[in-house]
Design a protein around this ligand. Structure first.
Ligand SMILES: [Zn+2]
Length: 149
């Protein structure tokens, strides 16, 4: 049997968080942080509810994971996030020294890759895991939002 705890497995968990955000009327982005195949933080975007532009899924996941670990560095952790991190989140991830970032959909406009945000030299970044699911959810959100206005 294959290892069930692969990137797809954890990205599905991040997508579930994104769906919770969707239900709350938040831009649907979700994240989980994993260490040794164990989820230690799960979060979703809450910028509307908290009225706070810094309330991205990744920012909250970093705080929750640090609280869980009792230390500020996330050296052996992997972040799964449904959308490529923005430069704010990539900057916070730099400080966390996280081992690995796995994102779903690319964000050509506001993502850290095209913005050329520097990640920590020890951080590996990979993308494209369940990218279609993540971008479909985002598209559905913006279509519904447009129809409401
Ligand atoms: Zn962000």
């Amino acid at each position: 049997m294959e290892n069930m705890f692969d990137d797809t497995y954890f990205m599905k968990k991040a997508l579930q968080e994104a769906e919770v955000a969707f239900e709350k009327g938040e831009i649907p982005v979700g994240a989980v942080i994993v260490v040794d195949n164990r989820i230690i933080a799960r979060s979703h975007n809450l910028t509307e509810l908290l009225n706070d532009v810094t309330a991205h899924a990744e920012m909250q996941a970093i705080t929750a994971a640090s609280n869980f670990l009792g230390g500020k560095y996330l050296k052996d952790c992997t972040l799964y996030v449904t959308l490529e991190p923005c430069q704010m989140c990539a900057g916070a991830l730099y400080w966390s020294q996280i081992s690995k970032i796995v994102y779903g959909a690319r964000d050509e406009e506001r993502g850290c890759i095209n913005m050329k945000t520097k990640l920590h030299p020890k951080t590996i970044i990979e993308g494209g895991v369940l990218a279609d699911d993540a971008s479909q959810l985002l598209k559905r959100f913006f279509i519904e939002k447009r129809n409401l206005n």
